[in-house]
Design a protein around this ligand. Structure first.
Ligand code: 5GP
Length: 182
């Protein structure tokens, strides 16, 4: 049975790596590609990592009803899930994964209550700070903004259907798959 699963969790917790592991190791898993108004990072490809759009293009997608959910993340850029590819993948019988923030997760639960909401947690706060610094893709100011959001997000873990600790990528990915198939 196909299932819509939301994977959320604080910045730098390793959500992206866990999801990539699932895509390359498990069958029948489809990752939804979000639209964002954020600029691409070095190495990011339009249509693969995100659909990079202008603020006007983003607003047009909202107006046409094409966003399953959307949110302003870290107080700056808009991010949203285009609806059509999600519905098409579910209709093909695939497990669809949305890697989105907590505000988006709440919206999805409202419009699709059958969705499974999984929160990925770091082994500790110190480890999260270390992972964010080690990634080195954000300036010091951006890191502080992300950590501020992360503190608030960690408090919302109890709203999710399940919480999985990302100590080890393969183990975390298998734990999520078990939840999807349960
Ligand atoms: P980043 O800028 O690091 O790629 O992503 C920042 C945050 O935006 C991440 O926490 C990610 O979960 C969230 N995000 C990415 N795509 C979406 C989306 O389509 N909707 C929502 N609500 N959040 C998203």
């Amino acid at each position: 049975m196909s299932r819509l699963t939301v994977i959320a969790g604080p910045t730098a917790v390793g959500k992206g790596t866990v999801v990539q592991y699932m895509l390359s190791h498990f069958e029948n898993v489809h990752l939804s590609i979000s639209a964002t108004t954020r600029a691409p990072r070095p190495g990011e490809v339009d249509g693969r990592d995100y659909f990079f759009v202008t603020a006007d293009e983003f607003d047009a997608m909202i107006a046409s009803g094409e966003m399953l959910e959307f949110a302003v993340v870290h107080g700056v850029n808009k991010y949203g899930t285009p609806k059509t590819p999600v519905l098409e993948a579910l209709a093909r019988g695939e497990h669809v994964i949305l890697e989105i923030d907590i505000q988006g997760a709440r919206q999805v639960k409202k419009v699709m209550p059958e969705a499974l909401l999984v929160f990925i947690k770091p082994p500790s706060w110190e480890e999260l700070v270390r992972r964010l610094g080690a990634r080195g893709t954000e300036s010091e100011i951006e890191q502080q903004a992300r950590l501020k959001t992360a503190r608030i997000e960690l408090e919302s873990a109890s709203e999710f259907d399940a919480v999985v600790v990302n100590e080890d990528i393969a183990k975390c990915a298998h734990d999520v798959l078990d939840l999807i198939q349960a």
